[in-house]
Design a protein around this ligand. Structure first.
Ligand SMILES: Cc1cc2nc3c(=O)[nH]c(=O)nc-3n(C[C@H](O)[C@H](O)[C@H](O)COP(=O)(O)OP(=O)(O)OC[C@H]3O[C@@H](n4cnc5c(N)ncnc54)[C@H](O)[C@@H]3O)c2cc1C
Length: 214
């Protein structure tokens, strides 16, 4: 993100509005759509008029919600399990992605950097992260990821605890008028696939090529 923002704003002189509030989309079905927002400095509502709007605002953004429900179909699948997502201030315990398939439920280990490792522990959907204190998390990870001959997990501080209700969805079509959705705004794959970011980038490349060609 830092590299992309630097390249767009500092190198190419692009404009980015940070910290905007109450973003709204207007006239997506018209030939001249616009996006309005409340400026964080002045509290005034500002309007940006455009030829096209790219809806790249993720799973909880405003663009998907702006699609007229009678014009789109949302297909959704719930997997009926939750994952406790746990970045830990701890070096990876293996160079590889490690999946633990255990009678107590799934657990995962994914190396992120020399100092940070991402762990997952299957839990009830809607579970409260407060039910998972440090000791309980590491006890479950030791149990579910333990394998004969494997070195012990390198434990550390849990930076964040978040419960994800595992689900996937896709919106069809991914556009309405001059609004084009991309990434998680258009489709979400449960993180088990570890491909949401790749799909989002793929959408962005296709959309960019299409806009340039139009
Ligand atoms: C715990 C977890 C682990 C994951 N692991 C992986 C993985 O290992 N590999 C992988 O490929 N994918 C992974 N993903 C999925 C990946 O993070 C997403 O698929 C990807 O970030 C989608 O990119 P995006 O740009 O569409 O949306 P986002 O990354 O969600 O970006 C949308 C942006 O829009 C901004 N925004 C939203 N609404 C507004 C508004 N009204 N005004 C201004 N800004 C707004 C948000 O702040 C955000 O910055 C994971 C997801 C989760 C939750």
């Amino acid at each position: 993100m830092t590299d992309l923002v630097r390249e767009y704003a500092d190198v190419r002189g692009g404009e980015i509005r940070f910290g905007v509030r109450d973003v709204r989309l207007h006239g997506a079905g018209s030939g001249r759509p616009s996006v309005s927002y409340v400026c964080p400095d002045t509290g005034e509502r500002r309007v940006v008029t455009a030829d096209f709007v790219a809806g790249c605002d993720g799973a909880r953004g405003v663009t998907r919600a702006s699609l007229p429900p009678e014009r789109v179909r949302l297909a959704r699948h719930d997997y009926g399990v939750g994952w406790l997502a746990l970045p830990a201030q701890a070096p990876p315990s293996s160079d590889c992605v490690v999946f633990g398939m255990h009678p107590r439920g799934f657990a995962g280990h994914m190396a992120r950097s020399p100092e940070v490792t991402r762990y997952y522990v299957q839990c009830r959907p809607g579970d409260d992260p407060a039910n998972w204190p440090h000791e309980r998390v590491w006890a479950e990870l030791r149990e579910r990821l333990g394998a004969a001959g494997a070195p012990p997990l390198k434990e550390g501080r849990l930076i964040e605890k978040r419960v994800l209700d595992m689900h996937s969805y896709v919106v069809e079509p991914m556009s309405f008028g001059r609004l084009f959705l991309a990434g998680d705004a258009a489709h979400l794959t449960a993180p088990i696939a570890a491909k949401g970011l790749n799909l989002a980038l793929h959408d962005a490349f296709l959309l960019g090529d299409g806009l340039v060609a139009s």
